[in-house]
Design a protein around this ligand. Structure first.
Ligand SMILES: Cc1ncc(COP(=O)(O)O)c(C=O)c1O
Length: 194
């Protein structure tokens, strides 16, 4: 089972995720799960697998048996987002330009981007939970929205800021956000781990 929260709409030429990126057959991975809240910009999630598996889940998962399914507006917006990705290759091109720009600008400033690679949720290691929270608030005051990821989402002492880069960002906005982080850290006397 592969969690595609960070790969669908990001990896592969048209954002098809790990299958498209690694050239896999659709049934090479038994179960793919993902969120609609990142690359697709809506809300909810999905599980993809064989017809038999999906039929089984449809009649057994509490989310389907005891609750309601995805709302029609969210389903429609999700489908439209997939259509746009397939029709407009510049969305993926801009996204990857921005991911590369973020990483090179972050490394120029000696920020630690943990295991960031080619996906759009880009961490910057801060260390103490309290510092990550303080920096997130200081960045908000400077007009940059970056939530922190703290324990128990990450190990203690490994809190980070979780930047999300999108295709519509400009390189100038990315530079401004990272300058704001440098500025906020200096003002708060927080030394970011290299
Ligand atoms: C790896 C991973 N899986 C799943 C999710 C769940 O996403 P959501 O609850 O927004 O659908 C996230 C969200 O940050 C994630 O990073």
């Amino acid at each position: 089972m592969v969690d595609e929260a960070h790969s669908s709409c990001v990896l592969g030429k048209t954002g098809g995720g790990v299958d498209e990126y690694f050239g896999l057959e659709p049934d090479d991975i038994d179960i793919k799960m993902g969120t609609l809240s990142k690359g697709l910009g809506t809300c909810g999630g999905y599980l993809a697998g064989s017809h038999a598996l999906v039929e089984y889940l449809r009649y057994n998962l509490p989310g389907f048996v005891f609750s309601v399914g995805i709302s029609p507006p969210l389903a429609a917006a999700t489908l439209e987002a997939i259509r746009l990705l397939q029709e407009r290759p510049e969305i993926m091109e801009n996204l990857h330009r921005n991911i590369r720009c973020f990483l090179s600008e972050a490394h120029k400033r000696h920020f630690n981007t943990c295991l960031a690679g080619e996906t759009a949720v880009l961490p910057i290691l801060v260390g103490a939970d309290e510092n990550a929270h303080k920096l997130s608030m200081a960045l908000l005051e400077r007009g940059v929205f970056v939530p922190s990821a703290e324990y128990p989402a990450v190990p203690r002492g490994k809190a980070r800021l979780r930047f999300c880069v999108i295709s519509e960002h400009t390189p100038e906005q990315i530079v401004t956000a990272l300058d704001a982080l440098e500025d906020a850290a200096a003002e708060l006397g927080i030394r970011l781990p290299e």
